[in-house]
Design a protein around this ligand. Structure first.
Ligand code: BG6
Length: 471
């Protein structure tokens, strides 16, 4: 729909940018920090690891000053669980507590709202060793009590909290659960059990949040994007609806309604994936839903029907990091209408508007974009110039669609681009950059790590200063 009159962004719209602890901090074994599943992951010789990252741990004052110069109203970052509790439970590490106090105080001093992700992929390795991590029910209370500690310690200054980042990816990427071996089926089965525990842990944490009388909002940061039908053939339309369910909506239905929908339950049972559920789990989720939603959006997908055959029976999945084909359900295909990034992520700004509308219609929660951005091979030119016009154009087109979604009636609290500065990409190391601020290092050469403002930095500065009018 096109409109004659456009609503502007609210004067208190939270313009922001995001990072995650393991992707920026470095100092992986400093300051009393314990090991996380990220630190013990087998190293990929082709890309950099996370041990130094952007060296943010040693440069928070300098980095926060740049955030202030950019004009950020909100900064989304995650707390490394193992900086606070090196073993995931037990003894507190005061040095870690002090580090985040310094960061939060620096943000407040510059009038930047902290938006804290309680846990963003870097799960404590010790909990995996103690009892298997998320696949055990014991994980629920350890997560809740870690979160409760954060509420009590930082809650006087932090109003916005994200519980778990991209739970769906944690569930499907075995190393993020601390699982080893190569039994794909077993890993998926365990993944659904872990998923259930994470949902119970989230609900219990939200309960604690209310019981402690915390002011502000709390909810998960979900990876959610439209799955378009590859054609108007009803079989493809059905494939897209089913893919939306088993990629995204199953999780949102649990968080918001405490419900394994009938069709999702049938999907799990047919594959023998149904997790153990204890009495009261679903009631707890129903009673303590999120009060806001973080949305991570990069690309959309298109799918066509993929009928099960003798060669590809029900239960068959095309092996990839995230599901690309499931016999009897869907198969991802190229969307010829869209351009893609260098890593094949299809760029779909209208897909963001559709995503926000879909989430609004289904769950009616206020939302904040917690990640949106483009990974690229940025080039540092002489004179410290990075001409990232492709990033400006990507962000501009997506922000326009956020504005249109607001016109559609969606409640948006803010927009955080991914990422504030270059981070070590989760899947592609340092060669794939996302930030407004360039970090002068390569995959294996740390160089001088100096911070350089890209062209997109100056552009976003104007966007924020004009409250989204000057795009
Ligand atoms: C999201 C994560 O999945 O996507 C981020 O929350 C990640 O941590 C981002 O960096 C982009 O993915 P990648 O693999 O390109 O870094």
């Amino acid at each position: 729909m096109e409109y004659k009159a456009y609503t502007s962004f609210d004067p208190d719209f939270l313009w922001g940018a995001s990072t995650a602890s393991f992707q920026v901090e470095g100092a992986a074994e400093e300051g009393g920090k314990g090991l996380s599943v990220i630190d013990v992951m087998p190293k990929n010789p082709a890309i950099t690891d996370f041990s130094v990252a952007a060296d943010h741990y040693h440069r928070i004052e300098e980095d926060v000053a740049l955030m202030a110069e950019l004009g950020l109203k909100v900064y989304r970052f995650s707390i490394a669980w193992t900086r606070i509790f090196p073993d995931g439970n037990g003894e507190v590490n005061e040095e870690g507590v002090a580090f985040y106090n310094r960061l939060i105080n620096a943000l407040i001093k510059h009038h930047i709202e902290p938006l804290v992700t309680i846990y963003h992929f870097d799960y404590p390795q010790s909990l995996v060793e103690q009892y298997g991590g998320w696949i055990s029910r014991e994980s629920i209370e350890d997560y809740r009590s870690y979160a409760a500690f954060l509420f009590k310690t930082y809650g006087d200054r932090v109003k916005y909290w994200l519980t778990i980042n991209e739970q769906d990816h944690v569930v499907r990427i075995p190393s993020r659960l601390g699982l080893t071996g190569d039994d794909h089926y077993e890993q998926l089965r365990l993944g659904y059990q872990a998923n259930h525990h994470m949902c119970v842990a989230t609900a219990l944490t939200i309960k604690t949040f209310h019981e402690l009388g915390m002011k502000g909002k709390i909810g998960p940061a979900v990876s959610y994007s439209m799955v378009h039908p590859a054609s108007s053939h009803p079989d493809d339309v059905l494939a897209s609806k089913d893919a939306m369910l088993i990629k995204h909506n199953y999780l949102m239905d649990l968080h918001c309604y405490g419900e394994y929908s009938y069709s999702f339950q049938s999907y799990l049972e047919e594959r023998d994936f149904m997790p153990a559920i204890e009495d009261g789990d679903l009631e707890l989720m129903k009673q303590y839903p999120p009060t806001m939603l973080g949305v991570n959006y990069y690309f959309s997908e298109a799918v066509r029907a993929f009928p099960a055959t003798e060669e590809f029976p029900i239960g068959y999945q095309k092996k990839s990091l995230l599901p690309e084909a499931e016999a009897g359900v869907f198969e991802v295909v190229k969307n010829e209408n869209l351009a893609a990034t260098d890593w094949g992520w299809e760029i779909d700004p209208v897909g963001l508007r559709l995503t926000l509308r879909e989430l609004h219609e289904r769950y009616k929660l206020p939302m904040i974009i917690t990640e949106n951005g483009i990974g690229a091979y940025d080039k540092l030119e002489e004179g410290d110039i990075v001409r990232d016009d492709y990033r400006i154009s990507y962000l501009r087109e997506h922000i326009k669609q956020v504005k249109l979604a607001i016109n559609d009636g969606v409640t948006m609290l803010g927009y955080c681009a991914w990422s504030f500065m270059d981070v070590v990409s989760g899947r592609n190391g340092m060669e794939k950059r996302y930030g407004f601020v360039y970090i002068n290092r390569a995959d294996f050469d740390l160089k001088d790590m100096r911070r350089i403002k890209k062209d997109s930095f100056h552009w976003y500065q104007k966007v924020i200063a004009s409250n989204g009018e000057d795009l």
